[in-house]
Design a protein around this ligand. Structure first.
Ligand SMILES: [Ca+2]
Ligand SMILES: [Ca+2]
Ligand SMILES: [Ca+2]
Length: 715
């Protein structure tokens, strides 16, 4: 809904300076930015020196310290493709994924081969195929105990509940910085965790579980140089450490080329005061090492949510399902409605907004676009959900009962189906496009007529690898015309910080962006200055989370405590915007999905058990993706940069108790964006990822130099 815009390339710059001023006034800016305008920061990006090395620094270290380790990496090539194939073969590299849309392969290779491979003419850059994880705050909003080992300390705590003690060493007492039991970086510094080596070495920690009915434990680990007989035992004590029972055994023989994830139901071990410990085998090999990157303990207190009372939902909504009265109106074509409806009368599948309890819809004013001509509800717009899969659900159907999940594709190795045993992707899809069928319009998504494209890249616990996500983005690129994919939602983040100039994930995202697909990304749930790919990409719309407090008025809203923000290593402030992301009620994939097992208290009672409550920047990103679908239904010709600028300039300021740098340009207001007029572009002057440059010349999006790129994927 635009009118021809008048003038003013000065407006965005004015906003930037205003923003900078606010940052300075609130004292939240970091020293590196206070002296220079944002527009100039691109000149100071710290880019890797191509003449020195084409190998990510932590891989350089691993090549020296652990040359025999096989590691999963992404190799970007240049020049003729057969050359790199020969070079990969010469290095005994096993190709895992062909990522030709960013000129790359994901391969498994011995770390010691990496420097020689990187020196080849055919190789442009080699990076770790880093783990990614979903960015819902199951770890923060649930009552959990957690340690990510972010600091060299035995008293680290990353969860909502306090531990009852620090880690106590077993077999030594030299503290977290020394010895066989230590908190240390691994994979050349890419990750940090608890390291165990030697015989009968370990660490134990106490926690209290008064009243808990269930106990679940998640662990991210890596085995290195394990022999047949080597193992690490996870043991539990119910008597303060006097006696121990082995619950889980992590056995060899193995060196893990990527991080492993374990999830265990330990309910049979519950006691009021408990201890857990990890301990190496009595005959552990001298060179075997075990790394724990994160440990997450989740007690559950709901007596009603036990395994025996679970109800299993049918996964597929039948076309013959009776439609609620809400939708009993005469079926009309969208085109017909566009012609006949007046601006004040709802004639087209009208939604009863008095029933709508999804306050996040009202907070961003999407509901004000639904019931007046031209009935903007995302109709015909394809939104790709790059996530854990999507289970078919009645709320993801159209008015004839046909599914609006128009395509389903899987990139997770060994996953049989693009289904959603985790539950994350289904929740995200419902927030984007749920139609409220199962709740009679009580719980709805932002764009209830949009089409959904299910791109499964993470596993049954929301974990995956960067290369799988890139493969999913490549599929979106190749199929964007077939399914009219205009938006891609990535509610996930890498666990490894990187410049966007060397991140394969950011490069892939930018290829979509330059091909007119708006990429919406969760800021992440790690708090201040933990902006990991893709949340560090300057082009993407990066979204932080607000708590709408269950009211449509945004005056009482607060920034979610978990929402990541700050300056990226390349000098960009993120997030760009915020949207509601806390206590979002959306679709339950099935009653036995893993998220529900972990978080039974998040169930929503009634409505055939088809809804579930979640928090995280994942959810905020989904709200934004739905909002973008609305804007693109109204103005399909907008480029991603125009969409982004429109959202930025029409955002509402957040209330004074929220710091400006944590909430970006403010609170998305999609009603204002749809009624906005600016046709200007965001991101002008921003350099594309170096992985997309055709040579050493920077590619600045929007500049003439872009035309010189010999890049097949960018049209
Ligand atoms: Ca120690
Ligand atoms: Ca860690
Ligand atoms: Ca509110």
């Amino acid at each position: 809904m635009r009118v021809p815009s008048t003038n003013a390339s000065t407006i965005p710059r004015m906003f930037l300076h205003l923003l900078l001023l606010l940052i300075t006034l609130t004292g939240c800016a970091m020293s590196q930015v206070t002296a220079m305008p944002l527009a100039l920061q691109n000149d100071t990006v710290d880019v890797p020196n191509q003449s020195l090395s084409k190998l990510q620094p932590f891989l350089q270290k691993v090549a020296v310290t652990d040359p025999r380790d096989r590691v999963r990496v992404i190799v970007q090539y240049q020049g003729e493709m057969p050359l790199v194939k020969q070079d990969l073969a010469d290095s005994n590299a096993l190709v895992v994924n062909d990522l030709d849309f960013i000129n790359a392969y994901a391969v498994e290779v011995a770390a010691g081969k990496l420097p020689a491979l990187a020196a080849k003419q055919s190789v442009r850059w080699i990076s770790l195929d880093a783990p990614v994880r979903k960015s819902s705050a199951t770890d923060g909003s649930a009552d959990n105990l957690r340690d990510d080992f972010d600091y060299v300390s035995f008293s680290g705590s990353s969860g909502a509940l306090p531990w009852a003690s620090a880690w106590q060493e077993m077999g030594e007492s030299d503290g977290p910085g020394e010895g066989n039991v230590a908190v240390t970086s691994f994979w050349g510094g890419a990750l940090q965790g608890l390291r165990l080596q030697g015989m009968q070495m370990g660490a134990a920690r106490a926690f209290w579980l008064a009243g808990a009915q269930q106990l679940h434990l998640g662990i991210a680990y890596r085995r290195k140089d394990f022999a047949d007989t080597d193992y690490v035992a996870l043991e539990l004590s119910q008597d303060g450490g006097a006696t121990w029972q082995e619950a889980v055994r992590f056995a060899g023989a193995a060196t893990d080329a990527e991080i492993q994830y374990g999830n265990y139901d330990l309910s049979t071990y519950i006691a009021r005061e408990m201890m857990l410990r990890l301990v190496t085998a009595p005959a552990m090999s001298a060179d075997a090492t075990f790394y724990v990157d994160a440990i997450d303990v989740r007690p559950l207190y709901d007596a009603g949510a036990t395994a025996t009372t679970r109800v299993f939902l049918p996964l597929v909504a039948g076309a013959g399902e009776a439609k609620p009265e809400l939708f009993a109106a005469t079926a009309r074509g969208k085109e017909e409605a566009l012609v006949s409806a007046s601006a004040t009368t709802c004639n087209y599948y009208c939604f009863d907004l008095s029933k709508l309890k999804s306050t996040y819809i009202k907070a961003i004013r999407a509901d004000q676009l639904w019931n007046v001509a031209p009935y903007i509800r995302g109709w015909g717009v394809g939104v790709a959900v790059v996530d854990s899969g999507i289970s078919p659900h009645p709320d993801l159907t159209d008015y004839n009962g046909n599914s609006r999940i128009v395509a389903r594709v899987n990139f997770v190795p060994n996953a049989a189906m693009p289904d959603d045993f985790y539950g994350h992707g289904t929740h995200v899809a419902g927030t984007i496009a749920g139609r409220g069928v199962s709740s009679g319009g009580v719980y709805m998504g932002v764009a209830p007529e949009a089409n959904i494209i299910d791109v499964k890249v993470t596993d049954d616990y929301g974990m995956g690898n960067t290369s799988d996500v890139v493969a999913g983005l490549q599929w979106i690129y190749n199929n964007r015309a077939t399914y009219n994919i205009k938006v891609a939602n990535l509610s996930l983040n890498s666990t490894v910080p990187e410049s966007y100039h060397v991140s394969a994930l950011d490069a892939a995202l930018e290829v979509l962006w330059f091909n007119r697909i708006v990429v919406v990304v969760s800021a992440g749930n790690e708090g201040k200055e933990k902006l990991y790919p893709p949340a560090n990409d300057p082009f993407a719309i990066v979204v932080g989370s607000m708590d709408d407090k269950g009211t449509a008025d945004i005056a009482d809203d607060k920034l979610s405590s978990f929402s990541a923000y700050g300056m990226t290593s390349d000098g960009f402030l993120k997030p760009d915007l915020v949207a509601p992301g806390q206590n979002i009620v959306s679709l339950l994939a099935s009653d036995d999905m893993n998220l529900k097992k972990m978080l039974p208290l998040n169930s929503v009672l009634g409505y055939e058990n088809k809804y579930f409550k979640m928090s995280g920047t994942s959810m905020a990103s989904a709200v934004m993706a739905g909002a973008v679908a609305l804007l693109l239904e109204d103005e399909p010709a907008l480029t991603p940069d125009q969409v982004k600028l429109r959202l930025l300039v029409t955002a509402r300021p957040v209330s004074a108790n929220n710091s400006v740098c944590a909430s970006g340009r403010g609170y998305v207001d999609i009603y204002a964006a749809v009624h906005g007029q600016s046709m200007q572009s965001a991101n002008t002057g921003v350099q594309a990822s170096q992985l997309l440059w055709s040579g050493t010349n920077p590619i600045t999006w929007g500049s003439v130099s872009w035309n010189s790129v010999s890049w097949n994927s960018v049209s």
